[in-house]
Design a protein around this ligand. Structure first.
Ligand SMILES: [Zn+2]
Length: 195
């Protein structure tokens, strides 16, 4: 039913999170109506995504060099580290403009019954050990797994005698920091409590 080149692109779009087959069709038809230069620019951006973008070696944030803009920024308090699940959580917290410390991206949460994970926990431990960290703020999502992960990180970091805090409740349980509104998120940050 579809010409081959259309079908292939629709399949690509339909494979993206939250995009169903109907939406994929609409997007592809929309793109077809655009001029050639715009599409060339769009496809170049897709190629650049893997050419120029990598993970920050210190915090795991998305970065265009060895260190991300936040880790390089000397005006930020690098001794406070906010631990998040994914890079998009950093963007949500940055939007509140209430936080001037650094971050650490875990890359997910602990999954029940699966101790063999790829979370960047060792990196966090080393950072606390070597970089004069004074406070770690646990900003994993308020879900069962997010809470379990926060407890686990607390246990790992206890021996270092630093301040460990967790975002205040007020964020909907089971919710996602990435989608929290700025006011809720900044109050959760301001009212963070000690673990
Ligand atoms: Zn970084």
């Amino acid at each position: 039913m579809y010409p081959k080149s259309l079908k292939k692109l629709i399949d690509h779009f339909a494979s993206l999170p939250s995009v169903g087959p109907k939406m994929a069709e609409r997007l592809v038809l929309y793109l077809f109506k655009q001029d050639k230069e715009k599409l060339a620019d769009f496809s170049q951006s897709l190629i650049d995504l893997k050419e120029n973008l990598t993970y920050c070696q210190r915090c795991g944030n998305l970065s265009e060099g060895d260190l991300c803009e936040i880790c390089k920024d000397k005006s930020r308090n690098q001794n406070i580290v906010c631990v998040v699940e994914e890079p998009l959580d950093i963007i949500a917290i940055e939007k509140t403009r209430k936080y001037n410390g650094a971050y650490h991206v875990l890359g997910g949460v602990l999954e029940l019954g699966n101790s063999n994970n790829n979370l960047r926990l060792k990196e966090l431990e080393n950072r606390v050990k070597e970089r004069n960290v004074e406070e770690v703020i646990l900003a994993t999502n308020p879900t069962t797994e997010g809470d379990a992960t926060a407890l686990y990180v607390t246990r790992i970091l206890k021996p270092f005698n630093i301040k460990i805090t967790r975002l205040a409740r007020g964020l909907a349980t089971g919710g996602d920091i990435e989608y929290a509104d700025e006011i809720t998120l900044s109050s959760a940050l301001t009212n963070r409590r000690e673990m």
